[in-house]
Design a protein around this ligand. Structure first.
Ligand SMILES: NC(=O)c1ccc[n+]([C@@H]2O[C@H](COP(=O)([O-])OP(=O)(O)OC[C@H]3O[C@@H](n4cnc5c(N)ncnc54)[C@H](O)[C@@H]3O)[C@@H](O)[C@H]2O)c1
Length: 336
């Protein structure tokens, strides 16, 4: 097998490339480097700098590298931006996927893995979200992920391609500081940003129907997520004829926003700061925690890392890019 990883210079894609190479798989990466960093790639992995929307380059890459399976991570991923720029999100995440699938079907590639998201579920009103929980996305980003799943499954059935759609929950942590996420769009880096500025982390709403009143989420270490891709790739390789699999990838454990604030204050040495409670934000579900039974049953995969490892490794990555964060922590610890 040779696996094409689209978006392989991104935060998650680079971890997937690393896990695949470590497991002895042959990989090639196609990435337009719009939000990725080539230096994240393991040594020796070929990088084709192009958009998945460039059909000629995709065709040539599949042929030249003898690609037999695709792991498609290339996408835009910011919920707020998707509300302001839905056309960009549909073009990148849905049209881009269509072009890629056309090339895959034409080349006779028989294995395809799609990066999907818990955003497809919207505001699930259940204790544990299973893959059968209704999908009601609340924003264009989630819509493009759900439409992407439909496209992948329909194409798989029509063209004899085995497919896996992996619905990631909240991805966190890093295998090494230089592989960390650089965005400040979710709770952990947003809290890191606050404490680095010497300010308390913010909690949006503490009157939800949850044990401590704050929202509860399921965080998955990016290394565990990368292993789930490897397991899915191996599962697809083992199938005779076309099969499709849709899987949640999380831990099944909920962590509240207040618990997360405590973890961030601990790792940053800023226990002198007290989180500030702000009003609820529109569209935040109270609790989104995955049931991961299907992934364990089908792939034999389960998450190994806990929340401390996620926050600790994310902090190391943050401090690499924000060396002042360690200084601020030192000052906080001295003045506390
Ligand atoms: N980070 C999360 O918490 C999370 C959660 C659920 C799902 N996802 C999905 O995981 C995937 C990867 O996310 P990430 O966090 O690594 O984001 P990222 O922005 O770090 O990585 C995306 C990569 O895709 C590349 N890319 C974007 N558009 C492209 C195009 N048209 N052609 C070729 N390359 C292109 C970018 O340069 C980047 O390297 C995305 O599909 C995202 O929707 C992420």
């Amino acid at each position: 097998m040779t696996w094409l990883i689209t978006g392989g210079t991104g935060y998650i894609g680079a971890h997937v490339a690393r896990a695949m190479v470590a497991a002895g798989e042959r990989v090639v990466v196609l990435d337009d480097v719009s939000s990725g960093f080539p230096e994240r790639l393991p040594a020796g992995v070929p990088l084709v700098r192009a958009s998945v929307q460039d059909r000629d380059v995709v065709d040539a890459t599949l042929a030249e590298h003898g690609v037999t399976g695709v792991i498609h991570l290339a996408a835009k991923k910011q919920v707020g931006e998707s509300v302001e720029q839905p056309l960009t999100y549909y073009r990148e995440n849905v049209h881009g996927l269509t072009v890629l699938l056309e090339a895959v079907a034409a080349a006779g590639v028989r294995r395809f893995v799609l990066s999907s998201s818990a955003a497809v579920y919207g505001m699930p009103d259940v204790d544990l979200v299973t893959e059968d929980t209704p999908c009601v996305p609340m924003n264009p980003y989630g819509e493009t992920k759900l439409a992407g799943e439909w496209l992948v499954r329909a194409t798989g059935r029509a063209h004899g391609i085995s497919t896996a759609c992996l619905r990631y929950f909240n991805v966190a942590g890093a295998a090494a500081p230089e592989l960390a996420d650089v965005g400040v769009f979710n709770i952990i880096p947003m809290m890191f940003e606050k404490v680095t500025a010497g300010e308390p982390p913010l909690i949006f709403g503490d009157d939800y129907d949850t044990p401590d009143g704050t929202c509860v989420r399921d965080y998955i270490h990016v290394e565990d997520l990368a292993d789930a891709h490897l397991a899915a790739a191996r599962w697809l390789t083992a199938q005779d004829g076309s099969r499709d699999l849709t899987l949640n990838v999380g831990t099944g454990q909920g962590v509240s926003v207040r618990e997360m604030a405590d973890l961030v204050l601990g790792v940053s040495g800023r226990r002198d700061l007290t989180p500030v409670v702000e009003p609820r934000r529109a569209g935040d579900p109270a609790r989104v925690v995955a049931s991961c039974e299907r992934a364990t049953r089908e792939l034999g995969w389960r998450a190994r890392h806990g929340i401390d490892a996620m926050v600790g490794s994310a902090w190391e990555g943050w401090c690499r890019r924000h060396p002042e964060a360690r200084g601020v922590a030192g000052e906080g610890a001295r003045s506390a």
